[in-house]
Design a protein around this ligand. Sequence first.
Ligand SMILES: Nc1nc2c(ncn2[C@@H]2O[C@H](COP(=O)(O)OP(=O)(O)OP(=O)(O)O)[C@@H](O)[C@H]2O)c(=O)[nH]1
Length: 377
Amino acid sequence: MHLDVYTLFIFELYILILLTGVMLFAWIGGRRDPTLGLMALMLAFATAGTQLSSMRSDVNDIIPVLFSNLLILLCYGIMWSAVRVFTGRRIILPGVLAGPLIWAFFCLSPDFYHSLSQRILLTSILTAAYTLMTTVELWHVRRQLNVTFWPALPLSLFHAGFYLMRPVFDDGLPYAEMAGRHSSGFFAILIFEAILYAICLTFIILAMVYERGQLSYKLASLRDPLTGVGNRRAFLEFGNELIRKRKNCTLPLQLMLFDLDNFKKLNDQYGHAGGDSALIFFCSIVNSLLEKKDVFARIGGEEFACLTSQPKEQAIKMAETIRFRLAQSSQHNIPMTVSVGIAFSDLNQDTISHLLIQADHALYRAKSAGKNRIELS
Ligand SMILES: Nc1nc2c(ncn2[C@@H]2O[C@H](COP(=O)(O)OP(=O)(O)OP(=O)(O)O)[C@@H](O)[C@H]2O)c(=O)[nH]1
């Protein structure tokens, strides 16, 4: 089958312009996520590089050969940077420029420049290297990503593998054809692979950025903005989850309900800002004592709850440490105490609501008995 070289180039260009538009639209229309901005830049450079490449009329045309590959290698550096930015890392500019500079440096040698097979070998190695570096970035932070990133892995591995194999199969098309030699048809495969890779990569990155945006909205809806700990909704959601998990094993659960004493008076005396910093300070004490699985949240104005699977005695000890540390400390000379009610759950059919009621009864007794104390349900 004979495929016209320029038709293939126009087809690739058309797809790349379309993808650049999609990425630009997502970047401008969304929250200006830098990953999308970099991906739009990368696709724009890929379009320019492909356009330059299509302008070759001879196998050694200096401007198209030198600059098209320079631009395309820069694209891979930008793609690597986009993934680094997505994973919360900074851009390494020397790394971005290394590929294009290595290419330009080799092109200074006439022997290299006039050997099509050597040029194919170098660009293929550099392309595979950037693609593998991008894969490693994702793999490195896979546990912290919290988004569906795995489709990017086989895609990148396939692309890197394809370019590592390219020197074996590529006989320098379409430029051999331009020079009047017979073509093997590999060029068509090369273009189709590039188009497929660009389309898949664009939509995988878009999906990852979109999913992370959704997740950050969800997390914001579960967090108390003043103290940074979970809110009532988070407590009910994660608390019920802990209870559900507990039903599959025999973990004990204890619910501690904290209510800061005389908070209205504290607000009147030290102002609302003083009250706010007291709430933050209280959370810092609790946070320093929590275990990984404990669920702690601000469930009301000056009311906090902690669900823990620590043993009974351990939970009482933790509540006592919190009460003691708060009473001993003086945040900006603001005297603070806390009353605590603790409910214990040994029954598998307990619910968060039931434990909250039990702990509230105990808390009521702590307040009635003079505050700054712990009562058990
Ligand atoms: N600074 C500040 N104050 C808050 C916040 N949320 C609630 N409050 C205040 O907390 C106070 C709670 O007052 P009360 O329910 O009467 O409780 P209390 O004064 O601590 O009395 P006891 O619980 O009996 O010790 C109210 O004055 C609320 O305005 C907040 O985010 N920041």
